[in-house]
Design a protein around this ligand. Structure first.
Ligand code: AMP
Ligand code: AMP
Length: 356
């Protein structure tokens, strides 16, 4: 696969590289970043979202599609390749396209690692090898021995997740979630059950630069989730009477500045995660990745997930976050950082190293 991608790249006019992505998730971030770095841009989007990308003027061209998997259409792929396109993958690639095997267009990033991300077992293996603190995983509901969170496959932004207090509670809640149509019977069977770590969330968005040979902290955020973030608006007795169950549908994000002494835990985790990525999937991490964590009452960090691509939480860092500003002293945000790496790679004739 990599050989094929590299031979496609060989035929590209490197002075006319165009940056493209699917119109959703963090496309405004990506396309604006590409424009800031002087690239032409293409947004491939559905009718429904067209209004978004027309409203902000960051796409030089908008290519309409019926649905996301149409990106794999041969004619469209050929057109994009003819336009010297490098595609920037984001959460919708995981959520709506899945396997990138049929994608012949060069992408910025490591598509093998993106597959490690969507496979929970592989993800666990990766994080375990990196030696970061992880929540316990329960391989069956029978093993639940305390607060647990029940998750579903893919990057569906927390939709349908629920918390249980015990194994009996699991069966009861699962039944109810199916009855009210929030999840299907089949999803319950494939549910991923994890120890629930009580604390506050911090999502760290890093960038691993092959060109500069360093890991950069670009942005930090937390999510705004419906309905869990609305629970405090309702008194506990009403919550009980109305049988309200929190869900985790992501609606937006807030920026965070971390207590400075806690940065060491995150920076160390990022370094170890990048090291292991090189062992498990050559050439290892390329560009953006996100460590999703909980800090407990002892200010200890537990990592509950990793994303091997840009996450939408980086949208809080446009035009810069405190961290990207300290590093770069200029407007720098994830979309722009990606485009900057591509530009530097073109200048140094190292594009092969950052594209897969
Ligand atoms: P959308 O284009 O909003 O449908 O998002 C594409 C995918 O990314 C969906 O699976 C979303 O749940 C996920 N997603 C979008 N925005 C965010 C966000 N701010 N945080 C986490 N996940 C997100
Ligand atoms: P995710 O889609 O995995 O990023 O998580 C969605 C939501 O579930 C976020 O609010 C997380 O904070 C929460 N969450 C996921 N896993 C855990 C965990 N093991 N302990 C506590 N909260 C979690």
């Amino acid at each position: 696969m990599r050989d094929k991608i590299l031979s496609t790249l060989e035929n590209y006019d490197k002075d006319k590289i165009c940056i493209a992505t699917l119109g959703s998730h963090s496309a405004l971030n990506i396309l604006k970043g590409a424009k800031d770095e002087g690239f032409n841009t293409i947004c491939i989007c559905r009718d429904k979202e067209r209004i978004i990308y027309e409203s902000f003027g960051v796409a030089d061209e908008i290519i309409p599609i019926k649905d996301y998997p149409d990106l794999l259409d041969d004619r469209l792929q050929n057109k994009l390749i003819e336009s010297n396109v490098i595609l920037i993958p984001h959460g919708s690639f995981n959520a709506y396209i899945g396997s990138l095997e049929k994608l012949r267009i060069p992408i910025f990033g490591n598509r093998v690692l993106m597959e490690w991300e969507v496979d929970r077992d592989k993800q666990k293996e990766w994080l375990e090898k990196a030696g970061v603190r992880l929540p316990k995983t329960y391989s069956s509901p029978e093993e639940i021995d305390g607060l647990a969170i029940v998750k579903f496959p893919g990057a569906m932004g927390g939709k349908g997740y629920f918390i249980v207090a015990s194994k009996d509670d699991f069966y009861e809640k699962a039944k109810r979630m199916v009855e009210i149509g929030l999840i299907t019977e089949n999803e319950i069977k494939n549910a991923f059950i994890q120890e629930y770590v009580f604390g506050v969330n911090v999502y760290f968005s890093f960038f691993y630069s092959y060109i500069l040979n360093r890991i950069e902290l670009i942005a930090m955020d937390r999510r705004y989730e419906s309905t869990v973030d609305a629970l405090g608006k309702i008194p506990a007795d009403i919550q009980i009477k109305a049988e309200i169950m929190p869900t985790y549908t992501v609606i937006g994000n807030f920026p965070i500045v971390l207590r400075e002494s806690l940065l060491s835990q995150a920076l160390k985790a990022a370094k170890d995660i990048v090291e292991v990525s090189k062992e498990i999937a050559y050439p290892g991490m390329v560009g953006p990745f996100c460590i999703e964590s909980v800090f407990d009452e002892n200010a200890e960090m537990t990592v509950f997930e990793i994303s091997a691509r840009i996450v939408a939480g980086t949208n809080v860092g446009i035009p810069f976050s405190p961290y990207s500003y300290i590093l770069w002293g200029e407007n720098m945000y994830m979309g722009r950082r990606i485009a900057r790496e591509i530009r530097l790679a073109v200048e140094k004739d190292l594009l092969n190293e950052v594209v897969y």
